[in-house]
Design a protein around this ligand. Structure first.
Ligand code: ZN
Length: 457
């Protein structure tokens, strides 16, 4: 038992595969999956027939990229058509017979028809395994109690995640955010949990509310882990520091609910964030594309592109070449935390990409350079466009805040240094407009870095 607890990885055999070994496994599974999808779903059959691709044509990752991409809108539309033809939203896309589908999850999206994930028992076993891999890496072991304070309803993170915790032998208290803050705090008192899973904004809210509701600080709850999910923030150093200080806990960001794309961040200080380890590569093929041309980008250290994923060894509703429009930056070199596997950072949306003299620029890259100059700058900035992107007539206009401790006279020198780093690292020469601290809007959750000037046509 002691040995079992000391083991660092849940599935050592798979999680320590080399890059070549994992790629070989992916290719083997990919060929099988494409044939299965083609055979069992009229949606995929039509899609591939239209593109003139047959399952037997898929002999390499390159040939696989001849299958057209699938988008969320297309999924929604297919669900509508499926309701019309079969009376349920998944018959067209699902590859397993109806009697094998044992769970339907939905994304937490708020607009339009929710997109569904249909799972067989096999798929549920895969998802459970992925959650176990994540929490085990973070150091959770049987005997640890985890408070599940995300939404428990149809949201893919709710029930699947609770099941995954049980699968690895830890103890879950599935309260759900629906219960409200007081209930979450009551159950923390009753069950002495080691960890909580919640959105960063709920964490922040708890830190504020604890003294009033239970008469003590969040730090005194005794939580050792805070797992962020459900919204961006778990990768933001400011948010991480706030949560770490407020709870006196280690902060992890993680992603992946009831589907095949899963990742968890490194065990590292809150002011640092090296991305999330992609722990489900044996069940999820990741491709990176140029968001503009949709041409493949080779996955190597530092590669950045639009993320496209394909479920592997999946029975229910396997998504194939599916794009959510997220931009990922990957690292494949060994990680400082010692854990195996490539890492990724979700750095923005394909819609946010700007093209300046042929150079692709993401707001996140701008932010990375600006943050290097703290505390001389506050870190808050805004990109101001004359007209909507992605094409930008140079120079790129950046409004940024200087810190109160800096005199205006020192700004030209600071600007010179900024410009040289921008030229070196982002390959652009922006034009800066300085504003005093606290001029720009602040938001913890989601900040839009891009603003388009209103103009009369
Ligand atoms: Zn790491």
């Amino acid at each position: 038992m002691a040995f079992y607890k000391e083991r660092k990885l849940w599935n050592e055999k798979i999680e320590t595969l080399s890059r070549d070994e994992i790629r070989a496994l992916q290719l083997k599974r990919l060929k099988k999956q494409v044939a299965y999808n083609y055979q069992n779903s009229s949606f995929y059959q039509n899609k591939m027939d239209k593109a003139g691709v047959k399952p037997e044509d898929i002999q390499s990752f390159e040939s696989f990229s001849n299958i057209p991409l699938m988008t969320k809108d297309e999924q929604r539309q297919t669900q509508e058509e499926s309701i019309e033809q079969y009376g349920n939203p998944y018959a067209l896309m699902a590859c397993a017979p109806r009697e094998k589908i044992v769970r339907i999850n939905s994304t937490s999206g708020t607009t339009g028809m929710p997109t569904l994930y249909t799972l067989t028992q096999h798929d549920i076993d895969v998802v459970n395994e992925m959650h176990a891999r994540k929490y085990w890496r973070a150091g959770i072991r049987p005997g640890d109690v985890m408070i599940q304070a995300l939404s428990l309803s149809m949201f893919t993170g709710g029930l699947p995640l609770s099941q995954g915790i049980m699968h690895m032998g830890a103890c879950v208290v599935p309260i759900g955010i629906e219960g409200g803050t007081k209930r979450v705090l009551d159950f923390i008192r009753l069950t002495s949990p080691a960890a909580i899973i919640a959105t960063p904004s709920f964490g922040q809210y708890m830190i504020e509310k604890c003294p009033k509701v239970i008469g003590k600080d969040a730090k005194e709850l005794g939580l050792k882990w805070f797992f962020c999910a459900g919204e961006p923030g778990g990768g933001n150093p400011e948010v991480r520091k706030m949560l770490a200080q407020g709870f006196g806990a280690k902060i992890f960001d993680h992603t992946g609910g009831g589907h095949a794309f899963h990742g968890i961040s490194c065990d590292e200080p809150p002011e640092q964030f090296s991305g999330m380890h992609f722990i489900s590569e044996d069940h999820c093929l990741l491709e990176l594309l140029d968001p503009n041309t949709k041409k493949p980008i080779e996955i190597e250290d530092g590669a950045t592109g639009e993320m496209v994923f394909t479920f592997l060894d999946w029975e229910g509703g396997p998504l194939m070449r599916y794009s959510l429009g997220d931009i990922l930056k990957v690292s494949v070199n060994p990680c400082h935390c010692g854990m195996p596997g490539m890492r990724f950072k979700i750095i923005g949306r394909a819609d946010d990409m700007l093209i300046i003299k042929g150079v692709n620029v993401y707001p996140e890259a701008v932010k990375t350079v600006i943050l290097k100059f703290r505390p001389k700058v506050t870190g808050f900035f805004q990109i101001l466009l004359n007209k909507p992107g992605p094409l930008v007539e140079p120079p790129l206009n950046i409004i940024l805040e200087y810190d109160e401790s800096i005199s205006k006279a020192k700004l030209p020198l600071l600007e010179e240094k900024l410009l040289s780093i921008f030229k070196e690292e982002v390959r652009i020469a922006p034009q800066f407009e300085w504003v005093p601290a606290k001029t720009l809007a602040r938001e913890m959750k989601k900040t839009s870095f891009i603003k388009v000037k209103e103009f009369n046509t």
